[in-house]
Design a protein around this ligand. Structure first.
Ligand SMILES: [Fe+2]
Ligand SMILES: [Fe+2]
Length: 444
């Protein structure tokens, strides 16, 4: 069980423990919640717990859990992140600022002391789309079932082998989702892929459809990298190049038409289309507001790029209302990811240093709540103007992308008829009128 109110850290630790020792992990956000469950489920192998949880009410979670186990005469080991100020004998600790890798290593050691961790980890096939060779030490395997419970790894790509994008697409088409790599080389490999992507993104000779695909690939790798590796220098560089790439696409001739062609030819993911179209429309819409400026346009690019950055699963970025969430059939964990994604994405943005001021504040409000949690029933008129503009733009883009095939003027009319009653006042109304004007101009 892991008790921490920091969702990102919880998820990283959970994912990595599952990956390295294959255990199940229950996530809890407070000691109170954890104790409620422990009363009915006392058999836990390990509890990882933050020493102090500063939610609405500060809670000395580590101490509460240790005291409970002591009173119940249980011997469950506890790993406190921070200070272990308890005399429960089965408690150990790790500094509050320890990197997640150390927390996972220590937890693995308690759970499976001295046990060899599985040697291979999966890498999604899409990591190979923009590289043409494998670096030394990073041989790539495929996993083959040996028996009901055993797998065998067969070397498929050797260091130095040359291949092209089409080769990888063939693997994808044959149903292969993941290659495998030795666990020790995972980070080296991902860094190599990222470096290659950065190089390609900076290559100005790549334009049009090819740049759309490249930007879409880079966007996916960025979201996954933030989750799996974190925000380091390489992540920052990748984001900067990705943003520059999005700006280059905006500057291309007939950028909308060109992008839509790429989209309808399936050359780009839904998640990237959603991000890019929000950006493009915001850049046009802002021209109708007298307070526009190049700085605001720059800010809008960052807002569009980062607004759903905490969602790694594409299907989650498609949800834009409580109703859609209720009907989604998602697991609670994914539902929570959707409900909190505005707040989470804003928190991720704050960790990047060179980002225009105020981007996080808008991202937090991008679904219309001031708290950054959930979907509001009625629209708030106290949001920042750019947030209101974003809410309308995103709703338009979502409706636009729901249409199968190329939208015709009838489809567009229906979209505006649907959005009009909801977005009729203040900046909401002005934005919708501006989008309508922009579309009519385009049609001409
Ligand atoms: Fe979104
Ligand atoms: Fe969103």
């Amino acid at each position: 069980m892991i008790i921490d109110n920091d969702e990102t850290l919880r998820k990283i630790i959970k994912l990595n423990l599952m990956k390295t020792i294959g255990c199940d992990v229950i996530e809890m956000t407070s000691a109170k919640e954890a104790l409620d469950l422990m009363r009915i489920l006392p058999e836990l192998d390990l509890i990882i717990c933050k020493d102090l949880i500063k939610a609405e009410k500060a809670e000395k979670a580590g101490l509460i859990v240790a005291n409970y186990l002591k009173t119940e005469s249980l011997k469950t080991p506890v790993l406190v992140i921070g200070n272990k100020d308890s005399d429960y004998p089965y408690v150990s600790s790790i500094p509050a600022n320890a990197p997640w890798k150390d927390i996972v290593a220590k937890a693995s050691d308690i759970l499976a002391p001295g046990e060899e961790v599985p040697e291979f980890v999966p890498v999604s096939v899409h990591y190979f789309l923009n590289i043409n060779t494998i670096i030394t030490g990073c041989d790539i395997y495929i996993r083959v079932k040996k028996s009901e419970s055993e797998f065998q790894y067969v070397k498929r790509l050797h260091a130095g082998d040359q291949f092209i994008r089409e080769d990888i697409i063939k693997y994808q088409e044959s149903g292969l989702r993941e290659f495998y790599i030795s666990k020790d080389n995972f980070t080296t490999f991902v860094n190599f892929v990222t470096a290659e992507l950065i190089k390609k993104l900076a290559d100005t000779s790549i334009t049009g459809k090819e740049r759309v695909t490249l930007s879409s690939d880079a966007y996916k790798i960025t979201t996954e990298r933030i989750q799996n590796i974190g925000i380091d220098e390489i992540t920052i560089e990748l984001v900067e190049e990705s943003i520059a790439s999005m700006n280059n696409l905006l500057k291309e001739q007939n950028s909308l038409v060109m992008f839509l062609k790429a989209l309808y030819a399936n050359d780009c993911s839904f998640a990237y289309a959603h991000t890019y179209l929000c950006c493009l429309i915001l850049h046009k819409v802002i021209n109708s507001f007298e307070w526009q400026s190049p700085q605001i346009k720059d800010k809008l690019t960052y807002i569009a790029y980062f607004h759903d950055i905490s969602l790694t699963k594409q299907s989650l970025t498609e949800i834009n209302s409580q109703e859609e969430l209720d009907d989604s059939g998602l697991y609670t964990e994914d539902k929570n990811a959707v409900l909190n994604h505005a707040l989470q994405s804003a928190a991720i943005v704050e960790k990047f240093s060179k980002i225009p001021n105020g981007v996080g504040a808008i991202i937090k409000e991008h679904h219309g709540t001031k708290s950054g949690i959930g979907f509001p029933e009625t629209l708030s008129h106290s949001l920042l103007p750019l947030s209101m503009m974003f809410v309308v733009t995103e709703s338009f883009v979502d409706e636009f992308l729901k249409i199968e095939g190329v939208p015709n003027s009838e489809n567009l009319k229906e979209i505006f008829a649907k959005l009009q009653p909801r977005f009729s006042k203040s900046t909401y109304g002005q934005t919708l009128i501006a989008i309508q004007g922009m579309i009519q101009n385009k049609k001409k």
